[in-house]
Write a protein that binds this ligand. Sequence first.
Ligand SMILES: *[C@@H]1O[C@H](CO)[C@@H](O)[C@H](O)[C@H]1NC(C)=O
Ligand SMILES: *[C@@H]1O[C@H](CO)[C@@H](O)[C@H](O)[C@H]1NC(C)=O
Ligand SMILES: *[C@@H]1O[C@H](CO)[C@@H](O)[C@H](O)[C@H]1NC(C)=O
Ligand SMILES: *[C@@H]1O[C@H](CO)[C@@H](O)[C@H](O)[C@H]1NC(C)=O
Length: 639
Amino acid sequence: MTSASMRASLFLALVLCANFFYWECCKAGEEKTLANFPPRGWNSYDSFSWIIDEEAFLQNAEILAQKLLPHGYEYAVIDFLWYRKNVDGAYVDSYGYDSIDEWGRPIPDPNRWPSSRGGKGFTEVAKKVHEMGLKFGIHLMRGISTKAVDANAPILDVHKGGVYSEDGRNWTARDIGLTHRTCGWMQHGFMSVNTDLGAGKAFLRSLYHLYTEWGVDFVKLDCVFGDDYDSKEISSVSQLLEELDRPVVLSISPGTRVTPSMAETIDKYVNMYRITADDWDTWSDVASHFNISRDFASVKKIGAEGLRGRSWPDLDMLPLGWLTDPGVQQGPHRKCYLTLDEQKTQMTLWSIAKSPLMFGGDLRNLDGTTLSLISNPTLLEINFYSSNNLEFPHVYTTEKRLGKKNHIFFKFKETIYQQKHKKKILGLTSCTDERAKGWYASLQTSEPDQICWNLKMKQSGNLSHCLIKFSSDEHVIHNQEHKQYFHLATPQRDFICLDASSGRKGIASERRDIKLTSCKWHASQMWSLNDDGTLVNSYSNSCAAVNSYKVSTTIGGIRSWIATGRRGEIYLAFFNLNPIATRITAKVSEVRDFIGNSFFREGSCNWTEVWSGKNMQPVRTTISATVNSHGCSLFVLTC
Ligand SMILES: *[C@@H]1O[C@H](CO)[C@@H](O)[C@H](O)[C@H]1NC(C)=O
Ligand SMILES: *[C@@H]1O[C@H](CO)[C@@H](O)[C@H](O)[C@H]1NC(C)=O
Ligand SMILES: *[C@@H]1O[C@H](CO)[C@@H](O)[C@H](O)[C@H]1NC(C)=O
Ligand SMILES: *[C@@H]1O[C@H](CO)[C@@H](O)[C@H](O)[C@H]1NC(C)=O
């Protein structure tokens, strides 16, 4: 080897080492322990949108410390626009209501955050939060504010303590703001900075320097990921944070249309990154998390290397309990729209996919059911300590084994009430509407007469929503028509009937609702089935249709996840995404092959189901459960 080539290879080795050490040793003596587990905490967005103030925040933090810190929820995070005046005219993309300091850095709105007056920023708030035993987090937008650019604020050089100068000149906000790269959903608010310039980096450094001086432990950096992807800003901020003495968890968002390959380039720079759009309390939002979390689990992104520690695919906050609506300018005012089954499904998927758990409800109104759900010891154990978390693809629906009694399993009543805010399952429509043509008379001899709605489902064959049909001779006599009219009752024991009286007589307008009321002999409850599959009501002359037909078929099916516990137990979750209760089965032999655990054998394991408390020993050839619509079962298997 010539000395030149030796020098070259030495150099190469040094570069490799430098790269290696860059990620491996951060600061001398510092262990890489940041976000060793998926971070947990509380975030103000789901309950306050952007208008939270100091009093409400500290009240929430206090309850967080009392009730949830013992369960590992340690970060109290203020979400976006804490620098904006909460006055008429201000909104998410408004301009001119934000407070910045002389260096162009957002500072808290003094009216909402009185302790910030006199240049103190969040120092006092952070101090109180720390005294409660919690950690303190804030939300930040990408880059620099339009206000700072318009003001042409000078850039602070934190190393020298004055204006940043380079090449013999002082640099300002206009030099670094990329006016063609504003944030897509806050175009009047923020834009990227040019991180290729020393001045661009100096500005970001001045931001994080200030915020960590205040005592910030967690930053949610928004408008840099998903559709707003800005990998340079992410890596620049990450490197700045690594220079600081204070460890700061870096969380990035949003997560609209994120792919595993997009995450591949940035996961080592951050501690958590959103993999979905904002999650709110609708069933379709919950259901939309299954595929994407499966995809990230399968490429081993859960708990991969991250900034000064690990990184976690983030399924977004838990919008449970007492909430507000997205983007509004008002505080918490309503209960979560999800049913309890849907909430259990959300908590179970978030836990077994090892997502960060950030509770979003107003803690001052935390009810016992929500508290016990988010502090469920098995779920929290799974969320922190389980491993090999994956979607388990080998699950089956076994409709034939339902037995006669269970055949009528569609609970119209529940479904209607569950969906009252968005889409009612049953509605009245014109009899010529294609959506009304799906009814048929069930010909099962052993069952009471039924009228069923035929729902064609890709994954689980055809499933029916059935109603019990009954008629009286009296009624037939009084009706001289050739059509046979009948009542339709729900399959529950307390018969309630389908009633079209909420639609005005004789008018068939789109998407009116059908009521369920006690059965009575009134034309509004009389139905007849036409040959074309329409179910007509004699009073309103309208037809019944299943409104959510499309929704039901696109997000239906069953899912299962599996993981191994730290004591060797196996966690198996069944999820029913169908709009009807469904029996789900897994074969013990397939579970064993999937996890490669030879102890897991027929006859040698016991199981407990978490929600029902039921247990079984020993487990034979299959594990089965009838799972409520949108609900889940969670088995803990010990062998
Ligand atoms: C840069 O700013 C400093 C402090 O404000 C000032 O003293 C200096 O003259 C400025 N330099 C130039 C080149 O404008
Ligand atoms: C989810 O994944 C399944 C299986 O890969 C696929 O068939 C389905 O279309 C996906 N659903 C959505 C909404 O992308
Ligand atoms: C489902 O229904 C369609 C149309 O009614 C029929 O063609 C198909 O064979 C049915 N599938 C099953 C699995 O029963
Ligand atoms: C299963 O349960 C039985 C009865 O409670 C118990 O004797 C046995 O040790 C359990 N087996 C395992 C593997 O936990």
